[in-house]
Design a protein around this ligand. Sequence first.
Ligand code: PRP
Ligand code: URA
Length: 209
Amino acid sequence: MKNFHEVTHPLVKHKLSLLRDKSTSKKEFKELVDEITLFIGYEATKHLPLTTKTIKTPIETFESPFLIGKKPVILPILRAGTGMVDSLLKIMPSARVGHIGLYRNEETLEPVLYYFKIPANSKDRHFFICDPMLATGGSAIAAINQLKKRGIQTITFVCIVAAPEGVRNLHQYHPEVEIYAANLDRELNEQGYILPGLGDAGDRMFGTK
Ligand code: PRP
Ligand code: URA
């Protein structure tokens, strides 16, 4: 699938198996989300633009690479996306953090927007939307719509598990958005849950079920 990138590293696959297991505790679930997000974030940021600046090492003067451009923005989709923020901030410590609140109507599966806050002057910033689950793709599409409405054009979607239906749907609306995931799962069930998936990511992360 074009613009879809699965992280194939064995450590990621191992950690994802532990994450899926229903006997994994709430504490371990969050730790695994942190660890997996580090790997996915590393891949998802590999095209950040660089420039060179002159620095002096203890031995000589050297043209050395540095990131260029405005600070990127991490945009978690509430609730479960917030669990990925700490790891993305570890690899991009000066990134800004916005928030978008979306929940799925359990009957229609349509996303409902209830909160939106991003930094001022975001137009030229690279946005990394994060949410562990890309299921129907409705939440991701709604989040990207909100950004594009405000003129934001450089958007990467970072998730842990993606369903083929969600990837296709997202690509249909926003074909240029790159998606990074730890796995492309098999399918969605009738309730919109990913199979084999890991259940409800928000409930498992926050212990609300
Ligand atoms: C989950 C998940 C995504 C969304 C994915 O959130 O964290 O945001 O579903 O589904 P979609 O691709 O079909 O839109 P949910 O709506 O359950 O809200 P929560 O994070 O508050 O639990
Ligand atoms: N949201 C979740 O948390 N899990 C799924 O499987 C699908 C959507």
